[in-house]
Design a protein around this ligand. Structure first.
Ligand code: HEM
Length: 201
């Protein structure tokens, strides 16, 4: 075995801050939605909006970091993407239970498998930005209607915003399960905390 450095300090800071902000967004969002009463509607509403701005700011900083360091290349896949994703899906469905080796080995310049690459890319470029945009349209709805937006858009926007929130919860559950499928149960999570991971030499 050898130790490799996978996550720079900024990445770990960004990842866990993002997790914290999204947890607050989900907690307050579900309260605003009417599922329970924890801090009161008004507080939940205010904190939800503030956290939305916080997440937007964090995403801008993260984009800046990923682009200027060139680390965004870790999210791109060369060659036949479908074939590579299938290899990884087959591993999660069958290979893992037969103790087969991981189809893609980790190293400093390629830490993510093809399925992680496409999932994280879609989440960061499509999922989270759409959720934030729909959230802001919903929050500033009256102002936008005054500027000429059709009020009939309110309901579909609210529905999409809620649907995306549930999809995000599904992502977090799957994501945490997937992080336990590394070399040991906790090796991936340790890497996201310390930056270092033990991999086969
Ligand atoms: C809102 C919740 C979360 C989001 C949006 C999220 C997003 C991400 C993203 C985009 C990456 C890829 C980073 C990169 O390599 O550039 C990542 C990696 C990772 N995340 Fe999360 N994460 C969330 C919650 C969690 C939680 C709760 C855990 C563990 C308890 C976790 C553990 C990890 C680990 C271990 C990795 C390393 C790569 C891997 O094993 O897949 N994440 N996460």
């Amino acid at each position: 075995m050898k130790k490799i450095y996978l996550y720079a300090r900024f990445q770990r800071f960004w990842h866990w801050t993002q997790f914290l902000i999204i947890s607050v967004l989900l907690l307050t969002g579900l309260e605003v939605h009417g599922l329970y009463n924890l801090m009161g509607y008004e507080n939940a509403f205010r904190i939800h909006n503030l956290s939305g701005w916080g997440l937007l700011g964090l995403i801008f900083i993260a984009f800046f970091w990923y682009i200027t360091t060139g680390d965004f290349r870790q999210y791109l896949t060369e060659g036949n993407l479908v074939e590579k994703i299938w290899l990884q899906v087959r591993y999660y469905m069958i290979g893992i239970f037969k103790h087969e080796p991981h189809p893609f080995k980790k190293n400093e310049i390629s830490r993510l498998n093809p399925l992680q690459r496409i999932t994280y890319l879609m989440l960061t470029l499509v999922g989270l930005p759409s959720q934030i945009i729909f959230g802001f349209i919903y929050f500033y709805f009256n102002e936008l209607v005054a500027l000429g937006m059709n009020p009939a858009w309110m309901e579909p926007i609210a529905l999409i915003h809620t649907l995306l929130a549930y999809l995000l919860i599904a992502f977090v559950i799957m994501h945490v399960y997937m992080t336990t499928t590394g070399h040991t149960l906790t090796s991936n999570i340790k890497a996201m905390i310390t930056g270092w991971e033990e991999v086969e030499d």
